[in-house]
Design a protein around this ligand. Structure first.
Ligand SMILES: [Zn+2]
Length: 224
């Protein structure tokens, strides 16, 4: 009896810890991925640190599509990325700022919708991810964000708006307001110190270093 209980415990532990192999065969155009991936463990950063602010633009009509694409205003990340984001938030708080999350995990079908909604020029400019490659958002390892001032509670001014498809959105854009550039660089250097990499075309987009370890997912928020 004890042995069988132990076996069950060992087996369940093995199941939880083991890497699992995914081979998608999808009829909706989602790319097939073969290989070993970590077990996804999507969590909501705001449930681990209530000082984050959420402004989930894709759950509103205030986004580049002009309509909501999420039915729930929630943001998820894989657990190690969420924990790194919490550490970045704490560092920023020492400088007088907090993080506003715009977006985290994004189901693959939404990336496909974005691709189908923009012009060929915008695709070429790299402003949307190619659904055939999948986005790092689809893997739960990318986050879009900005800063708010701890003093006023208000969002700070950055060199461009979120999802502004212009050169002002580039993470190395050097024109414009010097205070906006300082805050953008404070955000990126702090995020980089915790294992995130800023996207060249978007100052607000950061990839977590372990994104390759997670599969492309297409689960809606309602199922998480
Ligand atoms: Zn992004």
């Amino acid at each position: 009896m004890i042995t069988s209980k132990l076996n069950i415990r060992v087996l369940s532990r093995y199941f939880l810890l083991s890497l699992f192999v995914l081979t998608y065969s999808c009829s909706n155009g989602q790319p097939k991925e073969s290989g070993e991936f970590r077990q996804p463990d999507l969590v909501e950063p705001i449930k681990l640190d209530s000082t984050f602010h959420l402004d989930i633009k894709y759950a509103t009509d205030n986004n580049f599509l002009g309509k909501p694409v999420y039915m729930q205003a929630r943001a998820f990340l894989q657990r190690p990325a969420a924990e790194a984001l919490i550490r970045a938030n704490r560092k920023l708080q020492k400088e007088g700022y907090g993080i506003i999350i715009f977006d985290g995990y994004r189901p693959w079908s939404v990336t496909k919708l974005f691709w189908d909604s923009v012009t060929e020029e915008e695709r070429q400019a790299g402003f949307v991810a190619d659904p055939q490659k999948g986005s790092r958002h689809n893997r739960g390892c990318a986050v879009d964000l900005t800063l708010y001032s701890l003093e006023t509670g208000k969002e700070v001014v950055m060199p461009s708006e979120y999802d502004e498809f212009t050169e002002r959105a580039f993470s190395d854009f050097s024109g414009g307001d010097s205070e906006a550039i300082r805050l953008r660089d404070l955000l990126s250097s702090t995020m980089e110190s915790e294992g995130f990499q800023v996207l060249k075309e978007e100052w607000w987009h950061f990839d977590y270093k372990d994104w390759r370890l997670y599969p492309i997912l297409n689960l809606p928020f309602e199922e998480l």
